[in-house]
Write a protein that binds this ligand. Structure first.
Ligand SMILES: CC(C)(COP(=O)(O)OP(=O)(O)OC[C@H]1O[C@@H](n2cnc3c(N)ncnc32)[C@H](O)[C@@H]1OP(=O)(O)O)[C@@H](O)C(=O)NCCC(=O)NCCS
Length: 410
């Protein structure tokens, strides 16, 4: 794939350092030597695509070999696009588009049913067939007073865990609950160590290293959080910033939220990227004490092979609809297909029938993950419903007990 003098090709091991330098340039980052070394090691095992203008590397993208849960709990191979960088001297002349075309060709060749990414800016990836596959909410608790609860907290013992033991202590629990929600990728030990426990918040360098609290033995829940001291002279209380909270059920979650809200010398608990159906807002006895500050797309998902992706998810109710899929990038996905599915069966094949629904690839990905109902997309004018009732029939089939969610970001 060429655009003018720019050629898109693999980035050899020997160019990883240059690729990282480009990525640090465009993301305005200057990581320390240890982090650079980690990134180099990480990239050496990844698919790496570059855009070269002569010998100059002007574009770079890499794909993590992720495995992501889809509705129903199955795990699918899902390359995780990352490090997407185009030199400021070469922006807006199609370098990213050319790299994406190459990546789609590679992913199709590999037989990847899905691809995913976390976007730096939400406006970029819809044109490439990615739609929000999970959403996250920022939730704040006013913890200047004890958290009032409508459910009895689980009174088993809480323990603070040495952060270094996190991969062994928490990974099996996370892994056992991961498939309950779509959109969660399997974490390697390196991911736990390097993405969770070693990450720093560049926007807030005053936050403490991660602290970890666990509930019960066997484990019934945990929270990873960091704290920041208040300003004594200005009279502002400190902050508890929650990175992840997982629990068996509402009583266990209540215990962990109560613990976080009770931490001395702090007055706010803030949690980013919470699932939109987090029960906290419901079981808080004083709804004014818990507020949802904003909701944003988290993991963006693309159905690289629509049929394979649909075949791997569960179907909550019978559906029989003809869907016209508009996909300018992956032509094998485009066309009208009859979807016949139920809890016991699945078929998806080209049809000459008139479509009941017309949907763009990006919106199909969002509907697939059950991140938004198709009916909402119809109401927004994004999906066209040619046959009345088709969207609600499809929604009943796509429905999942819990909303998709990923707490990770990258
Ligand atoms: C974002 C980035 C990769 C885009 O690369 P690029 O080579 O300029 O993109 P292209 O020229 O291929 O653009 C393709 C299309 O996307 C649009 N686009 C690209 N970046 C966009 C942005 N940040 N916001 C909105 N639209 C964008 C272009 O306008 C173009 O639209 P068109 O097809 O209607 O003409 C590049 O600007 C960059 O490296 N930014 C800093 C790092 C970053 O944000 N990376 C993304 C990480 S998820």
């Amino acid at each position: 794939m060429n655009i003018g003098s720019v050629r898109v090709r693999d980035v050899p091991e020997s160019d990883i350092e240059r690729a990282l330098a480009l990525s640090h340039l465009v993301f305005h980052e200057s990581p320390d030597d240890e982090r650079r070394k980690q990134q180099q090691q990480e990239l050496s095992g990844h698919l790496r695509i570059g855009a070269y203008d002569g010998e100059e590397l002007v574009g770079f993208a890499a794909a993590h070999p992720f495995v992501v849960s889809v509705p129903g709990g199955a795990d699918l191979p899902c390359p995780g696009l990352s490090y997407v960088s185009v030199a400021p001297t070469h922006r807006r002349r199609g370098v990213l588009s050319a790299m994406m075309s190459e990546l789609f060709a590679r992913w199709t060749e590999q037989g990847a049913p899905l691809a995913a990414l976390w976007a730096s800016e939400a406006a970029i990836y819809g044109r490439f067939g990615f739609g929000p596959g999970t959403y996250g909410a920022t939730v704040e608790i006013d913890s200047r007073r004890a958290l009032a609860l409508r459910v009895p907290p689980d009174e088993r013992a809480l323990h603070l865990l040495d952060a270094r033991s996190v991969p062994t202590a928490l990974a099996p629990y996370f892994e056992s609950t991961r498939g309950l929600r779509a959109g969660r990728h399997a974490r390697t030990e390196a991911w736990w160590r390097e993405q969770w426990m070693a990450r720093t918040d560049e926007e807030d360098e005053d936050l403490s290293p991660p602290r970890v609290v666990t509930l019960g033995d066997p484990l019934a829940g945990y929270a990873i959080y960091r704290t920041k001291a208040g300003d004594w002279s200005g009279g502002t209380a400190g902050l508890v910033s929650v990175e992840e909270l997982e629990a068996d059920g509402p009583e266990q979650a209540a215990t962990l939220w109560r613990y976080l809200a009770d931490i001395d010398l702090t007055g706010t608990v803030r949690a980013h990227g919470r699932p939109l159906d987090d029960p906290l807002s419901l079981f808080a006895a004083d709804p004014d004490q818990v507020s949802v500050k904003n909701v944003e797309p988290a993991l963006w998902v693309c159905l690289v092979d629509v049929r394979a992706a649909l075949a791997a998810r569960v179907w909550a109710a019978p559906v029989d609809v003809a869907i016209e899929v508009l996909d300018a990038r992956i032509t094998a996905n485009a066309g009208t297909f009859r979807l016949i599915a139920s809890p016991d069966g699945f078929s998806y094949a080209p049809t000459g029938d008139a479509p009941d629904l017309t949907v763009q690839a990006r919106d199909l990905a969002t509907a697939y993950m059950a991140a938004k109902p198709v009916a909402d997309l119809v109401r927004a004018g994004l999906v066209t419903e040619h046959t009345r009732g088709a969207a609600s029939m499809l929604d009943a089939a796509l429905r999942t007990e819990l909303l998709p969610h990923t707490g990770d970001s990258y």
